[in-house]
Design a binder for this molecule. Structure first.
Ligand code: ADP
Length: 474
C-alpha cells in the first residue's frame, strides 16, 4: 500500500552522529522508499548544520517555541528529505547534540520537547499539503512526540516509538510537567510519572501506538529487570504492541570492493593484502588470528574483560587492534595491553571512520563482548567482510550471529563464535575456540563463506517496518 512517515530524531547520518541511532535514521528513508513509503526526517538545526540551510525554504513557523521563535526548513541531503528545526535559542550552541564545553545542556528536556512538539504539530496538521500517515519517533529525545499526539490530538496519525538504547531515558523533575506542555491528569505511575519525575522515554512508551526496538532478542530482554533499566514493567505491560526489527547496514558504504586495497567478496583475493597493510600500520606480527575491537570503550561493551582474556589469546598466537575512545580507565587498560605485548597488540584511541574500514577489511575476527547490545553494527560489518564475529549472546548479537558448535558445524551454518554468560571465563573460552577453529583452515574458510553469505542489508528491515506501518494504518 505505501504511505508517508515523519521520522523524528536527534541524529541522522550524514548530518550529525554520536552512535548507531544516526545510522538507522539516515538509512531508513532510502530503504523504505524502495517499498513504497516516503519518509521525511525532522532534526534540530544544530550549529554545525546552520551553514547548510542558506537557500532552504521555510515551511513551518511557531512564534513561541519555549522562549524564542522556531521555524522548519526543508531540503535534501544525500537523497534524504530533511526538515530542520531552526530555533537558535535552543540549538545554536557550541558542542555536540547533547552537551557543550561545560557538560550536558541543562535545558535538554526543553530542547527535545520542542523537537517533539514540532513533530507532533507537523504530523497532526500536515505541512504544505504533505501529511504523514505515521509519526516515527526515536529514543528519549523524541519520546514526547507520541505523547503530544495522545494528549493534544493525533489528527488520525499513528505513532511508533523505537528504542535504540534503554539506558538513556530523558528524565526531568516533576515541576517541569506544565513547562513541557503535558497535562496534570497524566502524572501518575501508569502514565508519565517516573521515580518522582518525568521520563520522556516512558511518556513515549505509554502513548505510542506501537513500540519497536532494534532486535527481537532485545525486545524480549527489555521486559526483564536485568535489561529494562527500570522500564521493564512499562514495556511488559505494552507487550502486545512491542516488536523487534533488526537494523541493517549500508552495503554501499560497507563494501569490500571499494576498500583500499579492495578485496573480492567471493574469492577473498585482496584480504591478505589488507591484513598485511594493517599489521604494517600497527607494527604487528601475528601468526594466528588477528582480532579487532571498534567500539566505544565502556562497560556496556565489555571492554573491561580484555585485560583478563587477551594474554592467553596472544600466547596462543593471536593479536589484537583496538580502535575506540570513552572511559579513561578503559582507555588506560587497553594502552597497557599494547605496552605489555608490543608487536601483538595495537591501540588507537579516538574515532576514525576510515581506519575502522581498514580494520574490518584486514582482520580475521571482530570482538563484541557486550553486556547488552540493542542491535550492534560491528558484528554485521564483520559478517560482510569475512571478519568472523566473536560475540556475547545478548540482544541483536544473538539474532545475527550463529555460533560455532558441534550442531551448527555439522549443519554447516555457523557464522562466528558466541558465548554466554558475559564474563572473563566465557569470553576466554570463546577466544580459545577462535584459536582452535583458526588452526583448521578448511573449517575457517567455511565459516567465512557462511558469514559473508549472511544478508546484512536494509531490505529485510525495511519490509518489516513497512509491514508494521501498514498494519497500524489498516
Ligand atoms: P553503539 O551505537 O552502542 O555505540 P553500534 O555497534 O550500534 O554501537 O554502533 C557503533 C557505530 O560506531 C559503528 O558504526 C562503529 O563502527 C562506530 N564506531 C564506534 N567507535 C568507533 C571509532 N572509535 N572509530 C570509528 N568508528 C567507530
Amino acid at each position: 500500500m505505501g504511505g508517508r512517515v515523519l521520522s523524528v530524531a536527534s541524529e541522522c547520518v550524514p548530518l550529525v552522529k554520536t552512535g548507531g541511532l544516526a545510522d538507522v535514521v539516515g538509512a531508513l528513508p532510502a530503504a523504505l522508499a524502495a517499498v513504497g513509503w516516503e519518509m521525511r526526517v525532522l532534526l534540530p538545526c544544530y550549529r554545525s548544520l546552520r551553514s547548510l540551510v542558506g537557500g532552504w525554504p521555510v515551511v513551518w513557523e511557531e512564534a513561541d517555541l519555549w522562549g524564542g521563535p522556531g521555524r522548519v526548513l526543508s531540503g535534501e541531503v544525500a537523497g534524504v528529505q530533511v526538515l530542520l528545526l531552526d530555533a537558535p535559542h535552543l540549538y545554536d550552541r557550541e558542542g555536540g547534540p547533547y552537551s557543550g564545553p561545560n557538560g550536558e545542556h541543562p535545558d535538554n528536556a526543553v530542547r527535545f520537547a520542542a523537537l517533539s512538539w514540532t513533530a507532533a504539530r507537523i504530523a497532526r496538521e500536515g505541512l504544505d499539503g504533505w501529511k504523514p500517515d505515521v509519526l516515527h519517533a526515536h529514543d528519549w529525545q523524541a519520546g514526547l512526540a507520541p505523547a503530544y499526539l495522545a494528549y493534544h490530538g493525533s489528527g488520525g496519525v499513528k505513532s511508533v516509538l523505537t528504542i535504540h538504547n534503554i539506558a538513556f531515558q530523558g528524565w526531568a523533575p516533576a515541576h517541569m510537567l506544565g513547562v513541557l506542555r503535558l497535562p496534570g491528569h497524566a502524572w501518575h505511575p501508569e502514565a508519565l510519572e517516573y521515580y518522582g519525575g518525568i521520563s520522556t522515554l516512558k511518556a513515549g512508551l505509554v502513548t505510542a501506538d506501537w513500540i519497536t526496538t532494534v532486535s527481537p532478542t532485545y525486545a524480549a530482554e527489555l521486559m526483564r529487570p536485568e535489561f529494562g533499566m527500570g522500564l521493564e514493567g512499562v514495556i511488559a505491560a505494552r507487550g502486545a504492541s512491542v516488536s523487534g526489527i533488526l537494523n541493517g547496514v549500508d552495503t554501499a558504504v560497507w563494501n569490500p570492493g571499494a576498500e583500499d586495497p579492495p578485496f573480492d567478496r567471493k574469492s577473498l583475493a585482496g584480504k591478505a593484502a589488507a591484513r598485511a597493510g594493517l599489521c604494517a600500520e600497527f607494527g604487528l606480527e601475528v601468526p594466528g588470528p588477528l582480532a579487532i575491537v571498534v567500539s566505544r570503550l565502556t562497560d556496556q561493551k565489555g571492554i573491561d574483560l580484555l585485560p583478563a582474556v587477551i594474554p592467553d589469546f596472544v600466547l596462543g598466537g593471536g593479536g589484537l587492534i583496538v580502535l575506540g575512545s570513552g572511559d579513561p580507565g578503559l582507555e588506560g587498560a587497553v594502552r597497557k595491553l599494547a605496552a605489555r605485548f608490543p608487536g601483538r597488540v595495537g591501540v588507537r584511541i579516538g574515532y576514525d571512520e576510515a581506519m575502522s574500514h581498514r580494520l574490518f577489511a584486514g582482520a580475521d575476527v571482530v570482538l563484541v563482548p557486550s553486556r547488552f547490545e540493542p542491535c550492534g553494527l560491528t558484528q554485521m560489518y564483520g559478517l560482510r567482510y569475512g571478519t568472523l564475529p566473536v560475540v556475547s549472546l545478548v540482544g541483536g548479537l544473538a539474532d545475527t550471529v550463529i555460533g560455532a558448535s558441534p550442531a551448527t558445524l555439522a549443519a554447516g551454518v555457523a557464522t562466528g563464535v558466541t558465548f554466554h554468560p558475559v564474563d572473563a571465563l566465557g569470553f576466554g573460552q570463546a577466544l580459545a575456540q577462535v584459536l582452535a577453529l583458526h588452526a583448521q583452515p578448511k573449517l575457517w574458510a567455511k565459516l567465512r563463506s557462511n558469514a559473508m553469505a549472511h544478508p546484512v542489508g536494509w531490505e529485510t528491515s525495511a519490509a518489516a517496518y513497512a509491514g508494521l506501518y501498514e498494519r497500524l494504518c489498516a
